[in-house]
Design a protein around this ligand. Structure first.
Ligand SMILES: C[S@@+](CC[C@H](N)C(=O)[O-])C[C@H]1O[C@@H](n2cnc3c(N)ncnc32)[C@H](O)[C@@H]1O
Length: 252
């Protein structure tokens, strides 16, 4: 099944994808170049890299996992964009051992900051890979969404633990190493010389709604996608989103 035909996948990526597409369009207009140079740090199997390449841009994916890079290569080939996607084994902490400093019009850092040893250095490196006025797209796990999900599942003590834990974890069994508030993410990018353009809450409702409701009710998926899009930009919902997306521009 193609990426666009997987409804659940689109529920996870729709808000970020729309914001990212608009940001890339603005970069195309600002630079006067149709094909941008895009870096996807921790790009994994290409959930974003392959659709970005389908827009005509050249994408470099840096990821430490050889398995992910292998899957990326296959996916890019299946999508007919193998010539525009380059996978490189590497780490965001040693980014400039494998890619050029200041060589990219846009840098994606999606679902990575949760796992890195030094998030501030990770963001600084992502920004240093940008050309002046380049776009940074940062996506990371949100603290409030996890607290809400634990509480709604009846795990009240875990929910409270996540609230007070410095890394936002609900316990030893929590698979997520670190979560963020919108304020923490915007502080990280501002400190790295990025002007924050927009913050979006991602998966505000999707993870809380029973799957059967969305999969069987006619029109429910489309309605939920529209609801997610409408709530994403409202600051009130940032504090309960599963993920937070920050879009910024490197100061010239
Ligand atoms: C949750 S996946 C996200 C993949 C992709 N960005 C996406 O949005 O679908 C996290 C990815 O980060 C990569 N990763 C983990 N630690 C990293 C590091 N220190 N530097 C770069 N990538 C890292 C993993 O190999 C994995 O592919």
């Amino acid at each position: 099944m193609s990426d666009q035909l997987r409804p659940r996948a689109s529920l996870r990526t729709a808000v970020v994808w729309e914001v990212l597409k608009d940001a890339l369009d603005r970069q195309v207009k600002a630079t006067g170049r149709d094909a941008l140079d895009v870096l996807d740090t921790g790009g994994g199997t290409g959930n974003f890299a392959v659709p970005v390449a389908r827009l005509g841009h050249r994408v470099t994916v840096v990821d430490p996992s050889p398995n992910a890079l292998f899957a990326l290569e296959r996916r890019a080939a299946e999508a007919g964009v193998a010539d525009r996607v380059r996978g490189v084994q590497g780490d965001i902490h040693g980014l400039f051992e494998v890619v050029e400093r200041g060589g990219y019009d846009a840098v994606l850092c999606h679902g990575v900051l949760e796992y890195v040893d030094d998030p501030a250095e990770g963001v600084r490196n992502a920004v240093e890979a940008l050309r002046p006025s380049g776009a940074l797209s940062l996506l990371a796990a949100g603290l409030g969404g996890a607290v809400l999900a634990r509480a709604l599942a009846g795990h009240f003590t875990e929910a409270r633990k996540a609230l007070s834990d410095p890394a936002g974890r609900w316990g030893d069994g929590d698979p997520m190493p670190r979560r963020y508030t919108a304020e923490q993410l915007t502080e990280l990018v501002s400190a790295a010389d990025v002007e924050v353009g927009a913050v979006h809450g991602v998966r505000v409702f999707a993870d809380l709604v029973p799957g059967a409701l969305v999969d069987t009710e006619p029109g429910a998926m489309e309605a939920l996608l529209k609801l997610e899009a409408a709530a994403a930009e409202l600051p009130a919902f940032h504090s309960v989103a599963t993920q937070l997306h920050v879009l910024g521009t490197k100061r010239a």
